[in-house]
Ligand binder design. Sequence first.
Ligand SMILES: Cc1cc2nc3c(=O)[nH]c(=O)nc-3n(C[C@H](O)[C@H](O)[C@H](O)COP(=O)(O)OP(=O)(O)OC[C@H]3O[C@@H](n4cnc5c(N)ncnc54)[C@H](O)[C@@H]3O)c2cc1C
Ligand SMILES: *[C@@H]1O[C@H](CO)[C@@H](O)[C@H](O)[C@H]1NC(C)=O
Ligand SMILES: *[C@@H]1O[C@H](CO)[C@@H](O)[C@H](O)[C@H]1NC(C)=O
Ligand SMILES: *[C@@H]1O[C@H](CO)[C@@H](O)[C@H](O)[C@H]1NC(C)=O
Ligand SMILES: *[C@H]1O[C@H](CO)[C@@H](O)[C@H](O)[C@H]1NC(C)=O
Length: 463
Amino acid sequence: MLGSRVHLSLPLLSVLRQMGTTAARTVTAAREPELLSATLAFEDPKAFQVKTMGELLRALGVFRLCSFPLLVNNCGTLMSIARRLLGKRGFSLFVRPTVYAQFVAGENETEIFHSMQKMSLLGLRPMLAVPIEEDLGESTGEKRYENNMEAMLECVHISHSNAWSKDPMMQLKVTALLSPELCVKLTTLMAQKPYDLNELIRAMDGEPISFHGLDEKENAHLLCGLRRLNKIAEASVNKVRVLVDAEYTYMNPALSLVTMAMMKKFNKNDAWIWNTYQCYLKESKSLILEAISLSKKEGFCLGVKLVRGAYMDKERKLAQKEGRHDPIHNSWEDTNDSYNGSLNAMLEVISEQPERYKIIVATHNEASVRVAAQRMVELGIRKDGGSVCFGQLLGMCDHVSLTLAKEGYVIYKSVPYGSVDDTLPYLVRRAQENRTVLQGIRKERDLLRQELHRRLKHKMGTA
Ligand SMILES: Cc1cc2nc3c(=O)[nH]c(=O)nc-3n(C[C@H](O)[C@H](O)[C@H](O)COP(=O)(O)OP(=O)(O)OC[C@H]3O[C@@H](n4cnc5c(N)ncnc54)[C@H](O)[C@@H]3O)c2cc1C
Ligand SMILES: *[C@@H]1O[C@H](CO)[C@@H](O)[C@H](O)[C@H]1NC(C)=O
Ligand SMILES: *[C@@H]1O[C@H](CO)[C@@H](O)[C@H](O)[C@H]1NC(C)=O
Ligand SMILES: *[C@@H]1O[C@H](CO)[C@@H](O)[C@H](O)[C@H]1NC(C)=O
Ligand SMILES: *[C@H]1O[C@H](CO)[C@@H](O)[C@H](O)[C@H]1NC(C)=O
C-alpha cells in the first residue's frame, strides 16, 4: 500500500520540486487532484523568462493603462476620438507599438509568422482569427461577404501550411459571411417554425432551396452565405478545426443553426466544426445539453468552445431598452456556476467517447482551469489526448498558458490579425473585460514585475 503510494507520487513530486513548492512532503496518491492544483498555482514568474525586455515593459505598460477604470470604461469613445483627431497614420503610430502589439499578431502572414514560430517553441498552438466584425446596419452588399470569405480561406491556408501549425484551429464569424440582419430574421422565424438541417445541407451543396419566411432577395443571400460557409468548411476539413464564434443573443440561434448543419455535414468521423457556448447566458446549459442530444440523434461529432461571453454590457443595455428580461446571469457567481456546470456535462460525455466529443476550455480564469484539470484526472481523461484543450487570448494571462503548456496540456492562443482599424472593436472589448482586467491581469502584472526585478538584479550583479 505504502509502496504504491510512493510509486504514484514520484513524477508529481519532481514536478512540484520544479515549481519550487514545499508541499511535497504531505503527498499521498489519494490526494492527487489537490496536488494537481498545487502544480497549477500559476505563480511562477519563470513563465515570463521567454519574453524580451521590450515585451516585458510593454505588457506592464498596457496592463497599467487597463487598471484605470475611467480609461477602461470609456475606452471605445476615447479610441474613436483619438482616431479622429490623429488621423489614420497618427493613430496607428500611437496604437501599433502599444495596445495593438500586445493583443494582435500583425497585419499579414510575414508579420504573424515570427510570433507564431515563437509561440510554437513554447508549446502553444495557434488559433488564428480574422477580426471581421459586424453588427446591425453595417453591412454592404454581397461583394463584401465574398471578400471576407477570401480572407477566411487565406486564414485556413496560413493556419495549416506552416511549420508552427500542429493540429491548428481557427475562429470563424458567421456574420462576416451572412448579413447580421438576415441572422436576426432567421432567429425570429426559427422560433415559430424550425428549419430542417438537411435542407440547409442541400443548399450548401448548391441546391436552390427556398426557405420559409424569406423574400426572394433574402433567400438568395442565404443561399450564397451557405455556399460560402461550405467552401470554407471544405477547405479546412482534415486540416484545420474551425471554431464558430458566438455573438449576440438576437442572432445566435441562426448562427447555431448553420453551424449544426456544417457539423452534420462535416463532422462524421471527427470534430472539424465546433460551436461556441456563452455561459453568461441563462439558457447556456440547456443549449449545451440540446447540442449533445442532437449530436447523438444526428450522428455527428460535437466540438464545443466554452466561454463566459464577451458582450455583456451591450446585451444588458439592449434588453433594458426593449423591455425584455435580461438574458445574462444576474451575477458573476451565477455565470461562474453555469461555466462549471456546462464544463462538467461536456467532460462527462468526453470521458465516455473522447473521439466524438471535444471541448476547448476558453477562459483566463485560473479556478476554472484548475477545476477542469481536476475533473480530467477524476474522469481519467488524458491531458495530451486532444479531446480537452485550453484556450486564452494572445497577450492575456500568459502565465496561465505557459504553465499549462509546461505541464503537458494542449493549449491554444487565440491570435487575431489585421490592420489597426479592423482590429479596433476587438481591442476595445479586451480592455473592457472587467474581472479579467482587474484581477487576473493584476496578478500577471505582479509576476511581470517580479521577472523585471529578477533581471535588473541579475544585470547589476554581473555589471
Ligand atoms: C479562445 C477564446 C475564444 C473566444 N471566443 C468567444 C466567442 O466566440 N464569443 C464570445 O462572446 N466570447 C468569446 N471569447 C471571449 C470570452 O467570452 C471572454 O474572454 C471571457 O468572457 C472572459 O472571461 P474569463 O472566463 O476569461 O474571465 P473571468 O474574469 O472569470 O470572467 C469574466 C466574464 O464573466 C462574465 N461576467 C462578469 N461580470 C458578470 C456579472 N456581473 N454577471 C454575469 N456575468 C458576468 C462576463 O462574461 C465576463 O466577460 C473567447 C475567448 C477565448 C480565450
Ligand atoms: C506586411 O505588413 C507590413 C506592415 O504593414 C508591411 O510593411 C509589409 O510590406 C507587409 N508584407 C506583405 C507581404 O504584404
Ligand atoms: C467559481 O467556480 C469554481 C468551480 O468552477 C469554484 O471552484 C470557485 O470557487 C467559484 N468561485 C466563486 C467565487 O464562486
Ligand atoms: C461543479 O459542478 C459539479 C457538477 O455539476 C458539482 O458536483 C461541483 O460541486 C461544482 N463545483 C463547484 C465548486 O461549484
Ligand atoms: C466594468 O465595466 C463597466 C462598463 O464597461 C462599468 O460600468 C463597471 O463599473 C466596471 N466594473 C468595475 C469593477 O470596474
